[in-house]
Design a protein around this ligand. Structure first.
Ligand code: KG4
Ligand code: ZN
Length: 338
């Protein structure tokens, strides 16, 4: 039976977004994210700058989340925070703040695995959103992660495939960098790809056994291809940007779909839930919506797919219901067992 009055304050600070959310049971009352634009000029996340920015952002972001939710801190039932995986300096800002607040308010502290949260984001109660049923396959694709997970229940999950090198988002961002596009390049590749021919150029797909992924070879293939073409024609990128982006995106989507097909074949599970920033990609969305394989696919609201605290809150709520709490001696973990 659901406890009708659980208010969770959730805090996410694993990478370069400082985020806070307030949930009432499984409903999101507020979901605030402060992006750290400082990293754009460096072409990637600079860990030292990320933790400093978290320190500046965390109080105003939490304050905004409580105000938007119209919840007083005295009403909170528990504080949930991201324990890992992530950048240690960034994680420490969120965990230290959460520990202090839970001590001050005398309420339970809940540690959340960021990867569980990307998956359980599908259980946020949203009008019109059909939640997946167990068991299902979760494909988590972002700048930091690429995983296929067999999800048997809220806390019984098994990684059945993951990247052996770069994450999908990195493949997008590094390809974009080769093309001279600013960071993060994923959304730009998507934008130009929509105007191009996905079959204009062919990039060889990596041959990785089983359900694992590899994207570093693709990045190198793109680099050599562009270097060669630019020697022949210095304006090659400018003249072919849409087609290059469409071809890169097409190849990446094919890699993902091939592995999903294999995962469905191996597990017999046809429910696929997508999460992570790359699930915003219009090519992936279209491909999954076309539903050529008879799968039932789930893509949550965009604000719950990129790094956010509402997803930390929904895990917090489940852990609250099962009395899974931590003491202030809980430690942040850059790497964390699933
Ligand atoms: O989940 P996220 O916000 O942060 C983490 O990395 O955890 O994901 C960010 C990643 C970046 O690599 C970004 O380029 C990529 O998601 N991304 C996209 C699109 N929107 C964001 N990649 C391809 N197409 C998009 N539309
Ligand atoms: Zn993430």
């Amino acid at each position: 039976m659901q406890n009708p009055e659980v208010f969770i304050l959730a805090i996410e600070s694993s990478c370069d977004d400082t985020a806070a959310a307030v949930l009432h049971n499984d409903k999101v009352l507020s979901n605030v994210v402060a992006n750290q634009l400082i990293h754009n000029q460096y072409g990637g996340v600079v860990p030292e700058l990320a933790s400093r920015a978290h320190q500046q952002n965390i109080v105003p972001v939490i304050d905004a989340a409580l105000r938007k939710a119209n919840v007083q801190k005295e009403q909170l039932s528990a504080i949930a925070f991201t324990q890992g995986p992530g950048l240690m300096g960034s994680l420490l800002v969120g965990s230290s703040f959460s520990k202090s607040l839970s001590l001050a308010l005398q309420i339970p502290l809940i540690a959340v695995n960021h990867m569980h949260a990307h998956i359980l984001a599908h259980f946020i109660d949203e009008e019109g959103y059909d939640k997946p049923e167990f068991p299902f396959l979760a494909l988590t694709i972002s700048g930091g992660h690429t995983q296929i997970v067999k999800v048997n229940s809220f806390f019984d999950m098994e990684i059945i495939g993951e990247t052996t090198d770069d994450a999908v988002g990195e493949a997008f961002d590094k390809s974009a960098k080769i093309l001279g596009l600013p960071y993060p390049g994923g959304p730009l590749i998507d934008k130009y790809a929509q105007l191009g021919n996905p079959k204009a150029f062919v990039f060889t797909k990596p041959k990785v056994p089983g359900l694992d992924f590899s994207f570093s070879g693709l990045k190198t293939a793109i680099l050599y291809f562009i270097q060669k073409k630019k020697q022949e024609n210095p304006n090659f990128i400018e003249e072919n940007l849409n087609d290059i982006c469409a071809s890169i995106q097409y190849t990446i989507i094919e890699i993902l779909i091939d592995k999903l097909k294999l995962a469905v074949q191996q597990t017999g599970i046809k429910q696929i839930a997508i999460g992570g920033g790359v699930s915003a990609n219009s090519g992936i969305r279209t491909r999954l919506k076309e539903n050529p394989y008879g799968w039932k696919t789930y893509i949550p609201k965009f604000e719950y797919t990129t790094d956010n605290a509402a997803m930390i809150g929904i895990v917090g709520y489940q852990k609250y219901l099962s009395n899974t709490f931590e003491t202030a001696s809980v430690v942040s973990k850059a790497r964390i067992q699933f």
